[in-house]
Design a protein. Structure first.
Length: 262
């Protein structure tokens, strides 16, 4: 396979026009390889296009990762199941397949602070991003604040479309702070518009029976939201010691032994 200078420049120009930057940069090396390996035209073209496809996929992954706004790099593989025996590894592995996203099933992670709810939710987020699924992370407080600003600025419909867009929406820390009526309404609207259309992974420190406390003791909103969340859902109740408290006790015990040592 050979190419004249004119043909080479035309090919570079075509690649530049099509914004195939990676392929353009790889072109000289791929031409040399094609000559040495005596590749067919089809094989050469497949290799050149594969370079561009890989570059586009990498850029897409980086863009999706930035958009997801996941707060930590933890994946499902980082979760310590031995520290939280109430979490079923088989269930988490099944969730890791992301089949729940395919049929818009929700995941509710319930338990006291520090037991790994957010870590599991973020792990599902990283798995979804890696699978090419548009994902977004927010805390309940941030969601409420964003919706409040949108309402003041006349952008309510825009922000609702934003939260409806991701295949997987992670809402963290529901129940840590009581939500005023406006914030509760915003959270309900987000859940309602995603009902049977997109998955929500939600973490909360409150059991389902206590959700009225989240909405200033408004059982009607709590019931309506739970009805939509639980209709098609997987619920993980995590019971166990806080990771931070366990780490604190371990450090305290190490200090005690060091002081007691001769």
């Amino acid at each position: 396979m050979t190419a004249t200078t004119s043909d080479y420049q035309k090919l570079r120009a075509h690649l530049a026009f099509l914004r195939m930057t990676a392929a353009a940069e790889a072109l000289p090396g791929e031409l040399d390889h094609a000559v040495k390996a005596k590749l067919s035209h089809q094989a050469f073209l497949e290799r050149l296009l594969a370079v561009e496809v890989a570059a586009v996929d990498e850029r897409r992954q980086m863009s999706m990762t930035r958009f997801a706004s996941l707060p930590s790099p933890f994946t499902l593989a980082d979760f310590d199941f031995s520290a939280q025996p109430s979490v079923d590894p088989k269930l988490v592995a099944e969730l890791g397949t992301l089949r729940f996203v395919e049929d818009a099933t929700n995941v509710l992670l319930i338990g006291p602070p520090g037991v790994g709810k957010t870590m599991l939710a973020v792990g599902l987020g990283h798995a979804a991003v890696a699978a090419g699924m548009r994902t977004y992370y927010t805390t309940a407080a941030d969601l409420a604040a964003r919706c409040h600003r949108a309402a003041l600025e006349g952008r309510w419909a825009t922000v609702m479309r934003f939260y409806a867009g991701p295949r997987l929406l992670i809402i963290d820390e529901v129940g840590y702070l009581p939500l005023p009526a406006e914030a509760a309404a915003a959270l309900f609207q987000v859940v309602a518009q995603r009902y049977l259309k997109g998955s929500i992974a939600l973490t909360t420190n409150l059991g389902i029976a206590s959700w009225g406390k989240v909405f200033n003791d408004d059982p009607m909103i709590a019931s309506a939201m739970l009805d939509r969340l639980l209709h098609r859902s997987v619920v993980l109740n995590i019971n166990g010691d806080s990771y931070r408290m366990r780490s604190h006790r371990a450090r305290a015990e190490a200090t005690r032994r060091a002081v007691a040592a001769p």
